[in-house]
Design a protein around this ligand. Structure first.
Ligand code: ATP
Length: 645
């Protein structure tokens, strides 16, 4: 993995765009200083005052700038010493040129000239009068074009950002915008991942093994008249190892591997996506046999023709059309195989999935117990484990964890062990890491009042007691009133691994979740806001029962499941059905709440015992639960797992 990181590092542009900005700003500031001082035009005065100065013989020179109707007045040395001109001395900076003492607007030139000549003829020492003195034209010109220079700078900057990191070694040029952004892993940047780094996923590995074979020995298949598949679609929840599997295929087949994400095609300019697709396939064909891996293909592969209102959709559709064309276009003998990954195969365009494009769909599901064990073995390899660490136990404690979760868990456990200066990572570190990952960070510093602590303890004890006595509820592992993440306390269960869920299980789970609020009702005769998470969860479950799985008699065997959002804002049922749905959801939750109330009323002594123990110890485990509540009538499987505690 470290190798990957090294390979994928973007090359830094040689010339940072910030330099352009620096230079422009320096020019601007420098010019301003220069301009202000060299061409300082003196203090403002009026024509009548000027004529007074002239009559007094104070003026040495007058510059008349016709186009701006401004005259600049230079005083004689002696005049500058006079009291009246005290404040007119210019401050020279960065220049040796003589600067004017005054400036004024003369209005009509002819009039001004006449008046000037009139006074001039009576003077003994006549001032020098120069017409059309050069204005600061260069300065004006520069000031005029500066905004454009700035705009161009900004534009270059944006273009560089957008095309930065483009493939083909030409990153950072404006014209690379239509080039594919795929990262290339080839013999120079060896893909070191092989099938042995991918734990579990036996079925998926078998399927992709065939792709490796196609790439390595194409003749084996083509001589018999078979065609090499063009693409495989890896479908599964996040973190289950789809990217890893695709990399392993490239590593095993030892062919170049172009990796990019669906969103890399999408840009704000029309036509860029399609052009990137073309470029990607062109590059891949040049390096054939090769693999193109498109992660998160749903970013471009969503079914076409929806949300016709939005313009960005058109661009996505163009990109998808181009992808379809390219997959059709390259002949079977080009040996380019496209592997794509998605979490949402249900929303993909049908045209993508037809045979001849992604002919193979490979499901990469969450790992089961044995697969989790294998994944643990891979990720425990680099860790210093305590002697006798039981991997079976760890795999049993982590149902529902994906490969990425397990990788994260191992790392988290190592960090926890390091924090306490341990020499090796122990079982308890892993259990703490599970708590940390599932529940969030422990917040021991949260201060509760005695009353609040009591409420939380009864709430959690309510969940625990109800689950202890319901057949289909998940087995309880521990109960705590130490706040973690968003929750103030928690009852931890060990979910059973099952592929189907029956109505009874749904109902028991809802009843357990309502157990917290029911306990509060029984003990305090009032309910609190502490059940928000519970209410969210039961509403979601009841809604799923009624609207998705057809588990409700009144609504019947019907589903309103709409994963692709095809219905938009339109409800696919009538107002009458909507009313039935609302009532049934409410009914399910209410019935289970009453059931929890009844059960807890009969077991109130146990509820008290458990809540008091919780207040005393804050965390209680299965052993304490058995001591207080007796052996659970139904929790056989939990006993097997937790005996190792
Ligand atoms: P997403 O759909 O979010 O892109 P993904 O399915 O592509 O996720 P990966 O990126 O392949 O998941 O997996 C993330 C990490 O999880 C891997 O780098 C690896 O460390 C670990 N992992 C996942 N599955 C496995 C596995 N079967 N064996 C070993 N490690 C795994």
């Amino acid at each position: 993995m470290a190798n990957d990181k090294k390979n994928t590092k973007d090359k830094k542009p040689k010339f940072s765009p910030y330099w352009i900005y620096g230079i422009i700003i320096a020019l601007f500031v420098g010019f301003h200083l220069f301009n202000n001082n060299t061409y300082q035009e003196g203090n403002k005065t009026t024509p009548s005052d000027f004529f007074k100065f002239l009559e007094a013989g104070d003026v040495e020179k007058v510059d008349i700038v016709k186009n701006t109707r401004v005259a600049r007045v230079y005083l004689t040395k002696e005049a500058q010493e006079k009291e009246v001109h005290k404040n007119s001395k210019p401050t020279a900076f960065l220049t040796s040129t003589k600067l004017p003492n005054y400036k004024f607007e003369f209005g009509d030139l002819q009039n001004f000239e006449n008046q000037l000549n009139e006074i001039n003829k009576d003077l003994n020492t006549k001032p020098i009068i120069s017409f059309d003195t050069e204005t600061n034209d260069w300065g004006n010109l520069l000031m005029g074009i500066l905004p454009f220079i700035l705009l161009i700078g900004v534009w270059i900057f944006i273009m560089r950002r957008m095309s930065g990191g483009a493939g083909g070694g030409a990153g950072g040029q404006i014209f690379n915008i239509g080039k594919s952004k795929a990262k290339l892993f080839d013999q120079n940047t060896d893909v070191k991942i092989s099938f042995k780094d991918v734990a579990g996923l036996e079925g998926a590995k078998e399927e992709v093994q065939e792709i490796v074979d196609f790439l390595k020995f194409p003749e084996k298949y083509t001589t018999l008249g078979g065609k090499i598949p063009k693409g495989a679609l890896l479908v599964g929840p996040p973190g289950t190892g789809k990217t890893l599997l695709a990399k392993a295929v490239a590593g095993e087949a030892k062919v170049p591997f172009f990796s990019l994400s669906g969103s890399d095609f999408v840009e704000m300019f029309v036509g860029v996506g399609a052009s990137r697709v073309r470029d990607l396939f062109k590059q891949a064909k040049e390096k054939s046999p090769s693999i193109i891996f498109i992660d998160e293909i749903d970013a471009i592969g969503r079914a076409r023709g929806k949300n016709a209102m939005s313009g960005s959709n058109d661009e996505r559709e163009n990109t998808l059309n181009q992808l379809l064309t390219e997959m059709d276009g390259f002949g079977t003998n080009t040996n380019v195989i496209v592997i794509a990954a998605t979490n949402r195969a249900d929303i993909l365009d049908k045209a993508l999935m037809r045979a001849g494009r992604f002919d193979r769909q490979i499901f990469v599901d969450l790992p089961n117990l044995t697969e989790r064990k294998a994944i643990f073995e891979v990720h425990l390899r680099p860790l210093k484990k305590a002697k006798g660490l039981d991997i079976d136990f760890l795999s049993k404690q982590t149902p529902g964890f994906s490969g990425a979760d397990i990788a994260n868990l191992c790392n988290e456990a190592a960090l926890i062990a390091a924090r306490t200066n341990k020499k090796a990572v122990e079982k308890q570190d892993f259990l703490d890491a599970v708590d940390r990952i599932v529940g969030g960070l422990e917040k021991r510093s949260n201060l509760f009042s005695v009353e609040e602590k009591k409420t939380i303890a009864y709430h959690e004890a309510g969940h625990a007691v109800v689950s202890w006595f319901l057949e289909h509820a998940d087995p309880l592992v521990k109960v705590t009133i130490v706040p973690r993440g968003r929750s103030l306390g928690a009852a931890w269960y060990l979910p059973q691994e099952a592929y189907i869920t029956r109505t009874n299980k749904f109902l028991d789970e809802i009843c357990v979740t309502m157990g917290g609020r029911a306990a509060e009702q029984i003990i305090f005769n009032e309910i609190s806001t502490g059940a928000l998470g519970d209410l969210e969860s039961v509403t979601k479950k009841a809604k799923a029962m009624v609207m998705i799985y057809g588990l409700n008699d009144k609504v019947g065997n019907i589903t309103y499941y709409d994963p692709a959002g095809e219905n938009g804002f339109v409800k696919p049922y009538s107002e009458k059905t909507a009313e039935i749905i609302d009532n049934e959801i409410k009914n399910i939750i209410e019935t289970q709440f009453q059931r929890a109330l009844e059960l807890l009323t009969t077991k109130k002594d146990l509820l008290d015992k458990l809540a008091n123990r919780l207040i005393e110890r804050e965390v209680i485990f299965k052993d304490d639960l058995e001591e207080l509540l007796g052996i659970s009538p139904f929790k056989k499987s939990s006993t097997i797992v937790l005996e190792e505690e």
